[in-house]
Design a binder for this molecule. Structure first.
Ligand SMILES: Nc1ncnc2c1ncn2[C@@H]1O[C@H](COP(=O)(O)OP(=O)(O)OP(=O)(O)O)[C@@H](O)[C@H]1O
Ligand SMILES: [Mg+2]
Length: 337
């Protein structure tokens, strides 16, 4: 299956060149790896800890059951996931190691990320019966900004490579030991050509952009930005911005794009970023690169400081250590102690 060396696009097939033979016997797989505890489970795959004996190192193995991949669409997306992961190299993308298949399974071996997903991070305390929100805790504005900035930097990289993730959500962002993010699960990801719209209706309902729920053709990157807005909202508030008893109700609210915050302590710069991400018009929704230029993301050190600010700082921090004699408005003479 992995030897089908094309990356099936949604419209046409992009050749990716030839892939090495990837078939292995189950005995060879078990000789190479010792499989450990379950790290996660989805509809088509399980993820297990995999100890590579030759390296003495732990990896994560995403193991697809071929029996569940009966429809062509699914098989294509597994091929695409492997092909895309092979190409990606970024500190915030989980690192690909190798992929192979047996008669019954496809194995995607990748870097093992030992921390929790953002979803588990927000759920880490036991929910109290009085807790009416989806998550048990929220993050500070500063911590949310740090995480979302890393996510946008990574999306900027992906979009620059012509790749859209299409399933940005709390469960698909893991935290490493230093609490830095790693994006996983490229199962819905695809390559796109600039301005060529996509058709596949996919993603996770609460994170879907208006253009997706309206089932019109859409561009991938703006939809990733909308999903990032949902994620940021959840980090700050502990619940989803758009909710409905039915999908139809949820989609109506997404299309309206209006959201309510319960926190009143958020800065104006933060609110501006949320509003830009929840722009219902994908054509004018800011890109990852543009959002990173918003005030909220510019650290104090990268903000342009005014001359008077620099002068004030100079006087306060340095001159106060020495006896100084003003010569004129801009010149001081430091008197030797
Ligand atoms: N590299 C990894 N290191 C540690 N844990 C991982 C890693 N990759 C995945 N996991 C765990 O496994 C879970 C499921 O992984 P993933 O999101 O790739 O599969 P999935 O959601 O089942 O995929 P799909 O949506 O394609 O069915 C993750 O939420 C995470 O908890
Ligand atoms: Mg997932």
């Amino acid at each position: 299956m992995l030897n089908e060396v094309t990356e099936p696009g949604e419209t046409g097939r992009d050749s990716l060149g030839s892939a090495p033979s990837t078939h292995r016997s189950p005995d060879k797989v078990n000789a190479d790896y010792k499989f450990g505890r379950l790290l996660g489970e989805g509809a088509y795959a399980v993820v297990r800890l995999a100890y590579k004996k030759s390296e003495g190192k732990n990896y994560a193995a995403k193991i697809y059951d071929k029996a569940k991949l009966f429809d062509e669409h699914r098989r294509n997306s597994v091929c695409r996931e492997v092909m895309l992961m092979q190409k990606l190299k970024h500190e915030s993308v989980v690192e690909f190691s190798e992929a192979f298949e047996t008669d019954h399974h496809v194995y995607l071996i990748m870097e093992y990320v030992s921390g929790k997903s953002l979803h588990d991070y927000l759920k880490r305390q036991r929910a109290s019966p009085s807790n009416k929100t989806e998550f048990d805790q929220t993050l500070s504005e500063t911590e949310s900004k740090r995480i979302v900035k890393q996510l946008l930097q990574c999306l900027h990289y992906l979009h620059d490579q012509g790749i859209t993730h299409r399933d940005i959500k709390l469960e698909n962002i893991l935290l490493d030991q230093k609490n830095n993010i790693k994006i996983i699960d490229f199962g819905f990801s695809t390559r796109y050509k600039p301005q060529k719209k996509l058709k596949l209706f996919c993603g996770t309902p609460s994170y879907m952009a208006p253009e997706i729920v309206s089932r019109i053709e859409y561009l991938g990157p703006p939809a990733d930005i909308w999903a990032t807005g949902v994620l940021l909202f959840c980090l700050l508030n502990g619940f989803f911005p758009f909710k409905g008893q039915t999908d139809a109700e949820l989609y109506r609210k997404i299309n309206r794009g209006s959201f309510k915050l319960i926190r009143s302590d958020l800065s104006d710069d933060c609110l501006t970023v949320l509003k830009e991400m929840f722009n219902v018009n994908p054509e004018s929704r800011l890109s990852a690169a543009e959002l990173l230029q918003e005030n909220w993301f510019l650290s104090d050190s990268s903000k342009k400081r005014s001359i008077s600010e620099i002068r004030r700082e100079f006087k306060a921090k340095i001159l106060k250590k020495f006896p100084v004699r003003p010569v004129n408005k801009n010149t001081f003479c430091i008197t030797a102690p």
